[in-house]
Design a protein around this ligand. Structure first.
Ligand SMILES: O=C(O)CCC(=O)C(=O)O
Ligand SMILES: [Fe+2]
Length: 340
C-alpha cells in the first residue's frame, strides 16, 4: 500500500453526510471522514461488446470518461450470476464463522512462497481481519470450510471473461490494438490475489480506520461486498466519495500497473475504509488482477513523448511486489519508488 500525501481542496461539500462546512484553505488529511455521496460512473459490460456500433461506441466513451475522470466505476451486466457473487460472500462469512481464530493463525505469513495468508490488524491505523489467497494462475484456498473453496473457485472461473473483456475494452479506449493489454500483461498467467476482508463490529475496533488510504498494485481491482458503507475513494478532483455498489455489481478500480503502462495517463486510484459507524459486520472481496510475475512493466511508447517524458522505471511484477521486503501474497504497492 502506498501512503498518499495530504490533499488540498477548495471545494465545498455538497450532499455531505456530515454538517456542511466551508472548506476553502483547509488542508484535508487523507484519513478525513469527510466524504460525499456523489454519483459514480456505471459501465454496462454487455454494451462494450454490443453488435450495434452506436451503442458500443457510447459505452466505450463512458468507459473512457470513467477511467480519465474517476479511476473507478461500477460494472453492471457483467454476466457473472447473482448466485455466484452471493455464494462467494457467503463462503467468506462461513470461513470467519466456522473456523476458530487459532485455526486461522495457521496461515500467518511465514515464507515468500506462501499462497494463503491470514492476518488480524487492530490498532489505531488499521482494523481488519483478512484472508489473502492467490486465485490465478493456480487457485489456492483453505480446505475448510468446503463452502468457501467451492464458491470462490466458481467465482474466479466466471470472472475470467470479465477480466479479458475489460482488457480488450480498455486497450481500445487507449487507442491500442484490442489484444494489447492482454498480451502485454500476459493475463493468461496473470497473478491474481484476493483479499477477503472482515471489519468491526466483528471484533473490537481500536480506531476509526479499517484500511488506511492506499493504492493497489496490478492491472485493476475488482471488489464486491455484502453491505454498503465504509469504503471511500478519492476522486481525481480531491474529494472522498462514499462507495455504494449497486447490488451484485462489481466495483472496478484502476491499479498501479495500468498507471505505469499508460505513463500516468490513467491514475491508480486512492481509497480507504473507515469503520466509525459500522452497525453491522461488513465483508468485502477485493481481487487484485495483476500481470504475470515475470512481466516487465514499463510505459508503452505510445504514451511517451516530449510533452509526456518517461515517468516510471521498469520492474517485473514480481520485483515490484517484493520491493520493501514484502512477499508476493501481500500485494503491497511500491508505486512511489517507481516514479521517476
Ligand atoms: O474492504 C474494502 O472495501 C477495501 C479493501 C481494500 O482496499 C483492499 O483489500 O485492498
Ligand atoms: Fe485496496
Amino acid at each position: 500500500m502506498a501512503q498518499a500525501s495530504p490533499v488540498h481542496t477548495q471545494e465545498t461539500c455538497e450532499h455531505t453526510n456530515i454538517t456542511s462546512v466551508p472548506l476553502s484553505n483547509i488542508n484535508i488529511p487523507m484519513d478525513s471522514v469527510l466524504a460525499v455521496d456523489e454519483e459514480s460512473p456505471t459501465i454496462d459490460f454487455l454494451m462494450l461488446f454490443s453488435d450495434d456500433p452506436i451503442q458500443q461506441s457510447k459505452a466505450l466513451d463512458n468507459l473512457s470518461n470513467a477511467c480519465d475522470e474517476y479511476g473507478f466505476f461500477y460494472l453492471v451486466n457483467h454476466g457473472v450470476p447473482d448466485s455466484v457473487i452471493e455464494g462467494a460472500l457467503e463462503g467468506i462469512a462461513d470461513f470467519f464463522e466456522v473456523t476458530k481464530e487459532e485455526e486461522r493463525k495457521e496461515y500467518v505469513k511465514s515464507s515468500p512462497a506462501d499462497r494463503i495468508m491470514w492476518g488480524l490488524n487492530s490498532h489505531a491505523g488499521e482494523n481488519r481481519e483478512y484472508l489473502k489467497v492467490v486465485a490465478h494462475p493456480q487457485f489456492h484456498c483453505p480446505a475448510k470450510p468446503a463452502s468457501l473453496s467451492e464458491a470462490l473457485e466458481e467465482y474466479f472461473k466466471r470472472f475470467q471473461d470479465v477480466k479479458i473483456g475489460l482488457a480488450r475494452a480498455i486497450s481500445k479506449i487507449l487507442g491500442l490494438e484490442e489484444f494489447y493489454i492482454e498480451k502485454f500483461f500476459n493475463l493468461k498467467s496473470g497473478f491474481d490475489v484476493s483479499a477477503m476482508n472482515v471489519y468491526p463490529p466483528n471484533f473490537q475496533s481500536k480506531g476509526s480506520i479499517g484500511v488506511p488510504s492506499h493504492t493497489d498494485p496490478g492491472f485493476f481491482v475488482s471488489l464486491i461486498q455484502d453491505v454498503n458503507g465504509g469504503l471511500q475513494v478519492l476522486s481525481h478532483k480531491g474529494k472522498w466519495i462514499n462507495v455504494y455498489i449497486p447490488r451484485n455489481a462489481f466495483l472496478i478500480q484502476i491499479g498501479d500497473h495500468l498507471e505505469i503502462l499508460t505513463n500516468g495517463k490513467y491514475k491508480s486510484h486512492i481509497h480507504q475504509v473507515v469503520v466509525d459507524n459500522n452497525k453491522v459486520r461488513r465483508i468485502s472481496l477485493a481481487t487484485l488482477h495483476g500481470p504475470s510475475l515475470d512481466t516487465l512493466v514499463i510505459p508503452a511508447t505510445k504514451f511517451v513523448d516530449h510533452l509526456h517524458p518517461l515517468g516510471y522505471r521498469g520492474m517485473t511484477y514480481k520485483e515490484s511486489l517484493e520491493a520493501n521486503g514484502h512477499h508476493e501474497i501481500e500485494v503491497q504497492s511500491c508505486l512511489e519508488q517507481l516514479r521517476l
